[in-house]
Design a protein around this ligand. Structure first.
Ligand SMILES: Cc1cc2nc3c(=O)[nH]c(=O)nc-3n(C[C@H](O)[C@H](O)[C@H](O)COP(=O)(O)OP(=O)(O)OC[C@H]3O[C@@H](n4cnc5c(N)ncnc54)[C@H](O)[C@@H]3O)c2cc1C
Length: 391
């Protein structure tokens, strides 16, 4: 038996492919655009290696918690560059200052999301911020192992399933490895993101050169803006807008685009896989009325002694306030199985069978969100009342 039995629980981490010495595993895209594994039965000798490293079959979680609370970077730039409080940036800079390297997710020149290594602060910039699609780990796990064996310090920041995958791939702990995962509500496919990019390029008659999710806008009304740079008639132009004017981002925020494994994620639990867990501290105003939540505030959880000691080593660069676990666990994505919304099945069938333009018309047109448009265009005091009524 091979890892093929995992079926829809596959999270697309590619670890099985990385360990298969017979090259019997390939990654194919299914009709919905999701990366799935395919085993060549003529090459497979059922050695079981692929099963051993599969994070859908084994969940290497840590059942401990050393510290939890609210945190953000004191340096304004580092905080601004992050999706929430800039904790990743603070951690990464510390590791770089120790001659270490940092692995995270970055878009390449063709907007393909890949696990990427940074060894300088300049190389770190593309790694900042959440990207709401599956990151291709390609050859990264092998590279990380080589660096660990050579004694270099490595920070790996990724979704919990990918952190679990790396742990299973390595098979043992390395003192020079620091693992950071984020609270995650799932990833969509590169295919759907690419289709969205082409769709928007057609509308703009331009070529999108870069795309940033979670762009922080001055006097913003939401945490979910994007910024893109595109080339038109030889000029580089910028566009910033709210999530629902970009089809993929709209689909993500409506929770329509994720992989099957994400809707029943076994890593969306209080027990974590990494030394440190970071996340958004949404609704932080309830606990800290004076805090500027749009500048970015994170949840910080240290799950191991190594994670706690590392956070202590950067505590002068952070504002940290401890909170009891009961406050932290209000974050929905510590609890698995929030499932897919009712519309998701029909959405995916449209992805598989319709032209992308039709899928957008049916599910992702900003005009379908007139209530949200009205909310975001309203003055602050009205939005505050609406938020209070929602609670
Ligand atoms: C797909 C996704 C879903 C998330 N869902 C939630 C949620 O439901 N609730 C919540 O509280 N927080 C969620 N987060 C986490 C949150 O958005 C912030 O990323 C986190 O708080 C860290 O913020 P930061 O400012 O410290 O660092 P940032 O600079 O935002 O660092 C983000 C780190 O994640 C890595 N990364 C980004 N995208 C990916 C990806 N697709 N795959 C692997 N690694 C990636 C980056 O390389 C970087 O290392 C999610 C993040 C992602 C990427």
């Amino acid at each position: 038996m091979s890892v093929i039995k995992v079926g829809h629980d596959c999270c697309g981490c590619r670890t099985c492919k990385a360990v298969c010495k017979l090259d019997a595993i390939s990654v194919v895209r299914d009709k919905y655009g999701f990366e799935q594994i395919c085993v060549d039965e003529t090459k497979c000798v059922e050695c079981g290696m692929c099963e051993k490293v599969c994070p859908a079959l084994h969940t290497p979680v840590i059942e401990d918690r050393k510290l939890c609370g609210l945190a953000y970077a004191l340096d304004g730039n580092t905080r601004h560059n992050g999706s929430s409080g800039g904790l990743f940036g603070t951690f990464a800079k510390k590791v770089l200052s120790q001659q270490g390297c940092v692995y995270g997710a970055a878009f390449d020149a063709n907007l393909q999301l890949k696990t990427t290594c940074a060894e300088t602060e300049e190389e770190l910039i593309p790694l900042y911020k959440s990207k709401y699609l599956l990151c291709d780990t390609h050859t990264a796990f092998g590279e990380i192992k080589e660096k660990l064996l050579a004694g270099q310090k490595v920070l790996y920041c990724a979704s919990p399933c990918q952190v679990a995958a790396l742990k299973l791939y390595l098979g043992k702990d390395y003192e020079n490895l620091l693992l950071v995962d984020f609270i995650c509500h799932g990833v969509g496919s590169q295919t759907l993101f690419d289709q969205s990019v082409s769709y928007v390029e057609k509308k703009l008659s331009g070529k999108i050169k870069s795309f940033i999710f979670r762009y922080k806008v001055k006097n913003g009304v939401s945490h979910y803006y994007y910024k893109m740079q595109y080339e038109k008639k030889g000029k580089l132009l910028n566009k910033e807008d709210l999530y629902f004017s970009f089809p993929y981002y709209n689909g993500y925020c409506k929770q329509l685009v994720c992989r099957n494994s994400c809707y029943a994620c076994q890593y969306a639990t209080p027990e974590r896989v990494a030394d440190i867990t970071v996340g958004d501290f949404h609704n932080v105003e309830r606990y800290e009325p004076a805090v500027d939540s749009y500048a970015g505030v994170s949840m910080l959880i240290c799950n191991t002694q190594r994670g706690k000691a590392f956070v202590e080593s950067v505590q002068e660069q952070l504002h940290i306030k401890e909170y009891p676990w009961e406050v932290m666990e209000k974050n929905n994505h510590f609890h698995k199985g929030d499932g897919a919304p009712k519309e998701q099945k029909a959405f995916m069938e449209s992805v598989a069978n319709d032209r992308f333009e039709e899928t957008v018309d049916k599910f992702l047109k900003p005009s379908r969100d007139w209530m949200k448009l009205l909310y975001y265009k309203s003055p602050l005091f009205l939005r505050k009342i609406a938020k209070k009524l929602q609670r």
